[in-house]
Design a protein. Structure first.
Length: 217
């Protein structure tokens, strides 16, 4: 971004906001120090061959990258910026790994604080009853769930969010085979990442109450 000197202060703020660089205390991401555009090729993972993502078709803002990020949260915290379609994994020294995400449609979104109670490679997917009521054709997965695989809606990995009372929020951070949904509001409520990105995030996260997640609307 190269704002002209003639921009007013208000114009500068608006320009930064449009670029996903809102200068708020809770973090806004600025300079990119490393970008991982080359890491979206075919991946062989525990017997599955994850297809390459045609990453050139996805806005570069949503490619995995390390950015400057000011936040009061501790390293290891995940911050989900729902409006801007970003997920941050906070690193030391005011840095974060930023991932592009797909978010829930209006009316299905969730916000608040939770923690990652557990994580799963190639998870089974069981639709909640509320979803089955909306889409009766999913009833066949209501008991045993959909087996893991390349077409499973949870993708290659899933991170399960619980509240501080130890209750399942039914909210997940997960992979998706639908790479074109990144940057959009397309899911039924959970946060989706490209499979190559959820594998990267999965390796960084250690489940437990210290694995804090903040979801902002």
């Amino acid at each position: 971004m190269n704002p002209r000197f003639s921009l007013t202060i208000a114009g500068l703020i608006a320009a930064f906001a449009l670029a996903g660089c809102s200068p708020s205390e809770e973090g806004a991401s600025g300079t990119t120090s490393q970008i991982f555009t080359s890491e979206y090729g075919t991946v062989t993972d525990t017997g599955y061959s994850i297809p390459a993502v045609p990453i050139s078709k996805i806005d570069k803002r949503f490619h995995r990258q390390i950015v400057s990020y000011g936040s009061k949260e501790k390293p290891g915290t995940i911050v989900v910026d729902t409006p801007n379609r970003f997920l941050y994994f906070i690193l030391p020294a005011k840095k974060a790994v930023r991932y592009g995400i797909g978010v829930g449609k209006a009316g299905f979104a969730w916000e608040g604080e939770a923690y990652i109670a557990w994580k799963q490679q190639w998870p089974k997917w069981t639709p909640p009853q509320e979803m089955i009521q909306r889409k009766p054709e999913l009833a066949r997965y209501g008991e045993d769930g959909m087996k893991p695989g390349l077409q499973n809606p949870l993708g290659a990995r899933a991170l399960y969010l619980f509240n501080q009372k130890g209750e399942d929020t039914l909210f997940r951070l997960h992979g998706t085979p639908e790479w074109s949904s990144i940057g959009t509001a397309a899911s039924s409520g959970c946060i989706r990442l490209m499979n190559q990105d959820i594998i990267d995030l999965y390796e960084r996260v250690r489940p437990g109450k210290s694995a804090k997640v903040v979801v902002k609307q």
